[in-house]
Design a protein around this ligand. Structure first.
Ligand SMILES: Cc1ncc(COP(=O)(O)O)c(C=O)c1O
Length: 396
């Protein structure tokens, strides 16, 4: 009999408050407050602004702009930071592909940098050798919920006059030395897509402390070209004349669904941390699976729980182990392939540095497994089952 006999309960953060808020917007009929002309409506409706205000309060940011996705927010962030054609941006080899395609979208060139073997984030020691005269910035990704080495990256960016964008899609409210991730970059980006800890189906948020950057983020989000000429001279002095705008707007309906979740975020993260520490304890018994290390003075929020499979200690191949686990109904998979191995990057975009070797990424692409077992509403009972599935699957 299968260990996970029943389908796992879906992750669902939508409660009565979210439903009530959404219904209010629906009844009132104004599902979006945006208009693409200069003036108040350029910045969207009441709910969008409330969501942005709550993000600022929660993450100690001066400004924030909502978007229809984190991908849009990353694109807007790069344009706002002044990326020009062929400028280089350092990005980690392993992440969701949008961390790198956003650079292509903005006309730049992603330069891949290998990741840390312990924490799976961009390796700061390898950043130095990737910086050239064309390097304009770094996108660092707090992957799986683990803060990257944010202070070091900030220092490098300051030293070389580079912009720093934090892709914080997977790590909302994780901490680096008691400071939230997402507060180190010039701009930080969050995702509210359906898989994320807090979500409204699709959505993204960019936060910043810079007046000029928020001004540009808002222009990119909502048809800059149709708006710029109508701005006040003070607003114009913040730039944006040359910016092409998009329709990257979040609706009030989506914002209304996201608003009540901000106060739930810490509790949702705590539940993940508790489940992850249960799984850590279980894995002490399993010599062929290495549990994730946590960088000193940081907190992990376990959007996903990564494990390294050790083929020399296992009595079975990783492929067979994975197949067995899936047969037991356990939620486990490989992570997305390294971005530079995707056909778009490998075959279609000329001049990338992907002939270079990325030994850590190459190792991890063979040995890394991830599980979503550490998420509510799953409980210790599910962790026990996951452990049993590991024991059972470790045999041929
Ligand atoms: C690290 C990372 N960056 C960017 C994105 C893109 O987010 P969105 O789906 O909101 O565009 C994701 C989504 O999974 C992600 O995990």
């Amino acid at each position: 009999m299968k260990i996970f006999e029943e389908k796992l309960p879906e992750y669902n953060v939508i409660g009565t408050e979210e439903i009530d808020q959404a219904l209010k917007v629906l009844k009132q009929g104004q599902l979006s407050g945006f208009i693409a002309t200069a003036g108040n409506s350029h910045l969207g409706g009441k709910h969008v602004r409330k969501l942005e205000e709550l993000f600022c309060n929660k993450f100690n940011s001066k400004f924030s702009a909502s978007f229809n996705s984190a991908t849009s927010a990353l694109h807007a962030a790069l344009i706002s930071c002044g990326l020009n054609k062929n400028d280089e941006v350092l990005v980690p080899t392993m992440s969701m592909s949008a961390s790198a395609t956003s650079v292509l979208m903005a006309g730049g060139k992603p330069v891949f940098v290998d990741i840390e073997s312990d924490y799976f984030c961009i390796d700061t020691n390898k950043i130095y050798q990737s910086i050239t005269k064309k390097t304009k910035g770094i996108i660092t990704v707090n992957l799986f919920g683990m803060p990257s080495d944010l202070k070091k990256i900030r220092k490098i960016c300051d030293e070389f006059n580079l912009f720093m964008i934090e892709d914080n899609a997977q790590a909302p409210a994780a901490k680096y030395e008691k400071q939230f991730t997402g507060t180190f970059g010039d701009i930080s980006v969050y995702s509210l897509n359906r898989h994320k800890t807090i979500q409204c189906g699709e959505g993204g948020i960019a936060t910043t402390n810079e007046k000029q950057l928020i001004h540009k983020l808002r222009l990119v989000r909502n048809h800059s070209e149709a708006v710029y000429d109508g701005l006040t001279s003070e607003e114009k002095s913040l730039g944006g004349e040359n910016i092409i705008g998009y329709n990257y707007r979040l609706t009030c309906l989506q914002a209304a669904v996201a608003i009540p979740q901000i106060k739930k975020l810490d509790r949702l993260n705590e539940k993940r941390v508790v489940l992850a520490s249960e799984l850590n304890k279980k894995l002490l018994d399993i010599d062929f699976l290495e549990s994730p290390k946590v960088r000193e003075n940081t907190s992990h929020v376990y959007y996903l729980y990564p494990m390294i499979f050790n083929p020399t200690k296992a009595k079975i191949s990783k492929e067979k182990f994975l197949k067995n686990m899936l047969k037991e109904g356990a939620p486990i998979s490989e992570y997305a392939p390294p971005i530079y191995t995707m056909s778009l990057f490998k075959k279609c975009i000329q001049g990338l540095n992907i002939a270079k070797k990325f030994p850590v990424t190459e190792f991890l692409s063979k040995h890394l497994l991830v599980t979503s077992i550490c998420r509510p509403p799953l409980t210790k009972k599910h962790i026990d089952k996951f452990y049993k599935a590991i024991l059972k699957s470790s045999r041929e």
